[in-house]
Write a protein that binds this ligand. Sequence first.
Ligand SMILES: *Cc1c(COP(=O)(O)O)cnc(C)c1O
Length: 398
Amino acid sequence: MKRNQDIVKLTEKHIASTYGRYPIALVRGKGTQLWDRSGKQYTDFVSGLAVDNLGHCHAAVVEAIRKQAGLLLHVSNLYHIQPQAELAADLAEVCFADKFFFCNSGTEANEAAIKLVRKYFHDRGKKQHEIITMDYSFHGRTLGSLSATAQKKFHTGFAPLLNGFKYVPFDNPQAVEKAVSAKTCAVLVEPVQGEGGVNLAAPDYFIKLKKICQAHKILLVFDEVQTGFGRTGTLFAYEQVGVTPDLITLAKALGGGVAIGALGGTREVMDTFVPGTHAATFGGNPLACAAARASLQVLTRKGFLEKSVRTGQYFLERLIEVAAQFPMVRQVRGMGLMLAMELNQSGSGVVFDCMRQGYLINCIQDRILRFIPPLIVTKKEIDGLIEAMKVSLGKLKS
Ligand SMILES: *Cc1c(COP(=O)(O)O)cnc(C)c1O
């Protein structure tokens, strides 16, 4: 019999130990379902961390990849790349941004944003380089994005970090106003904090942020790496918070399961980048762009996101019902299909127990269970998870 343990052993021997991994190897996926090496089946409420928004191996994405793979895999950005140009045009139709820089991940998209906002002011003869970011933010693991990430636990051991970041509490416009100085060039913020705990801001927070940015003539950057592509119920979360940022960073679900990231913005701001100022060899490669185009087409089909919003509402109601039954649940919260349940204790046992019962969820900040299923998840699958959660929560001491 094929064993998960064989893969676990190989991983332990040959893979850098950057992740604490659950002891299964997922080898196949279809829609909301995953199978491990022993053949055990799971319903996925993790989506490869908000990547597989269409579900696993969506037929349209797989077909686009097949087609592109037989045509052209990679050429340099020294030349024009058809799927890249077409993807940018597709995105421009559904997003405030007119121009895009393509890269391969979320952290790279944020690195591009950090460089761009600095140069934007440099080009205008201004000595403004400081970026304000939020406590419990997450922007990535490379040194620039890590420095933007205002969580000490990620910084330990990597000093000195990049200069020029100021951290303030999330959902506190006064703190931002106070932190702005003559050196400030931008505010970088997630519309809903993801890794930091699925933290939502007050309804007028982003409107106030935008006003502060306009008053001080600084740029507002939204990190929509996790919230983008339907996760919160609209294609982008900025559509729901009452403001349009100057720049947006994207990755995760952009490629329908393939690695791709992007920085987008208005023409005026994006034109800061001129030949020689920024680059990525694989950025906007034909394969990733073809996959992203196919994925975007499905996400923007009439009724697709509307249905996911109704599913999200149902999910939230069911989580609220569980919260009322179990005293160790502190709060449930979220938007669209980006939901969380905060416990008064570690959630790690619940994750393992749900996995045993065939449901994959994950736990952030030790005590927060996060639910980010494919947007095609059904009410029946949610009911199944809820029953599994009741079993698991029933084993905890209140
Ligand atoms: C995951 C994430 C990132 C980093 O993306 P990578 O592709 O892992 O580099 C950045 N910002 C947010 C909000 C994220 O959730």
